[in-house]
Every structure is written in C-alpha cells, then in structure tokens.
Design a protein around this ligand. Structure first.
Ligand code: HEC
Length: 229
C-alpha cells in the first residue's frame, strides 16, 4: 500500500467508525417523553408500538427478517429504518403503506388492511408530531386488584398494551369498545382467555401472558360489576 492510499484507507475507516458511533449514541439517547395520559393524545408506547408489534413485526419487520431494511420493533428502529416526518402522514412511510390503495403494495403485506381505528391512531400520532412519547399507562397498576378498578384508567390501557385491541377491533370478540369488553367480561371469556383456562383460547394469541398483576385487575374489575368507570 502506498502512503497516499494508506491515508485514504485510514480516513475511510475512521469516518465509518465515527458514523457508527454517532448512530449508537444517537439511538440510545432518545428517551420517551412521559406524563399523565391525556385522552386527546396518541402515545407511541401505549398506542402505536402495540399495533406494529401485532401486525408488522414477527416474520417481516423484526431484527432478523427486516424486509426492505425496515425494522419496527421500537421507536428508534422505526425512525432509523423508515422515513418518518412529524406532522406529515403522507410523507411518512408507515402511514403511506397502510393506506395504499394498491392492495399489492399495502401493508400488512398479503393480509387484510388495518382497522380504520388503528389507521386513525397512526395518522393522529404523526399529525401530533410523531414523537417518542408515552404516558403513565404501565405504572397505573402498581396496586393489583384494588377495590375500585377503573375501566378507563386500567382495563382499557391493559388491553391496549397487551396488543388485544389490535386483533379485536372487529369480529366476534370486540375489545376496542366498552360494550365489547363488557360482553366478554359477563360471559366469562375474558377471564378464561387471559388466565389460560383450558376451556378457552389462550390470549393474547401468540403473545406473552398478561402479567399476574394485570390479571388481578381484570378479575377485580369484573367482580366489581365490570362498570364503565
Ligand atoms: C394476534 C391476534 C390476537 C391477539 C393479539 C389477541 N387475540 Fe384474542 N383472539 C384472536 C382470535 C383469532 C380469536 C378466535 C376468534 C375470535 O373469537 O375472534 C380470539 C379469541 C379471543 C377470545 C374468545 C376466547 C374463547 O375461547 O372464546 C377472547 C375473550 C379474546 N380473544 C381476548 C383477547 C385478549 C383479552 C387479548 C389480549 C390480552 C387478546 N385476545 C389478544 C386473536 C387475537
């Protein structure tokens, strides 16, 4: 290697290393903005990641498969592997592909389109800035099965965070509305499914069992009359 070539080589290697390092540092520094859940806001960790996890990640956009280089396992990966522009859903890949009118291009690939409700959530989240935001939805249930379990504060967020709503926006079991949840609360299917009672289908389908604290909350809420509180 000539001296000149060596310098070029060295510069290239250094540049690559610096870029790689910046990428890592940058990624690990984006912390979610948290606070009390505001019903008018859409939150990445509470609302958007569960949709991606349910419909997009496994087998297509996980770290290993990474179809078209797109990985949807976290906000940082979404941001790094797709174009995402706060305020501009039609310049954000994740929105464009779920509303594509050409079925061959629309995502989830080869599957039914996302529900209008999920599409609206993604759109609203981007319109609100496409932030890496979250709210205190996962710390709500520090006390398990309290004497006044709230549908709005606890049960609905648990179903959201467990990916239930993603699959059950329509069909025989609806978990996106109070009425739908109250129906399966009353006929025993909700508790049967989340406790993995062998008489019922174990839920969430293909996902990790709801943690015991949240199962206690669901149980307590049902016992307290499954109110729309
Ligand atoms: C990946 C998709 C998916 C996810 C996630 C999912 N379900 Fe289901 N669930 C299904 C399918 C499919 C069925 C069977 C068909 C039907 O009844 O809609 C089902 C059935 C059920 C039933 C009826 C069970 C029975 O034996 O009668 C209940 C209740 C239920 N799910 C609740 C939940 C809850 C609660 C969660 C979240 C903890 C959840 N599901 C997550 C797909 C899913």
């Amino acid at each position: 290697m000539t001296k000149k070539r060596f310098i070029v080589f060295l510069t290239t290697v250094t540049t690559i290393l610096v870029l790689a390092l910046q990428a890592c540092v940058h990624e690990s520094f984006v912390d979610p903005i948290s606070g009390v859940c505001d019903p008018d806001s859409v939150y990445y960790e509470k609302d958007i990641q569960p949709i991606l996890t349910t419909y997009c990640v496994t087998g297509c956009h996980d770290e290993v498969t990474a179809e078209k280089g797109v990985v949807l396992t976290s906000y940082n990966r979404l941001k790094a592997t797709t174009e995402l522009r706060g305020g501009e859903p039609f310049h954000s890949d994740v929105y464009e592909v779920i509303v594509d009118s050409d079925e061959e291009d629309r995502m989830p690939f080869n599957r039914p389109a996302l529900s209008n409700e999920n599409i609206a959530l993604v759109r609203k989240w981007i319109e609100q800035g496409a932030l890496h935001n979250t709210c205190d939805f996962d710390t709500i249930s520090v006390s398990c099965g309290g004497s006044q379990v709230s549908y709005k504060q606890e049960i609905s967020p648990i179903l959201q965070a467990s990916g239930c709503v993603g699959c059950h926006g329509a069909g025989s079991v609806i978990l996106s509305t109070y009425e739908g949840v109250a129906t399966v609360a009353a006929n025993g299917r909700l508790l049967g499914a989340v406790t993995h009672d062998p008489a019922f289908l174990p839920m969430p389908q293909g996902g990790a069992k709801v943690d015991s604290c949240n199962i206690e909350n669901i149980k307590a809420w049902i016992n307290q009359g499954a109110l729309n509180n």
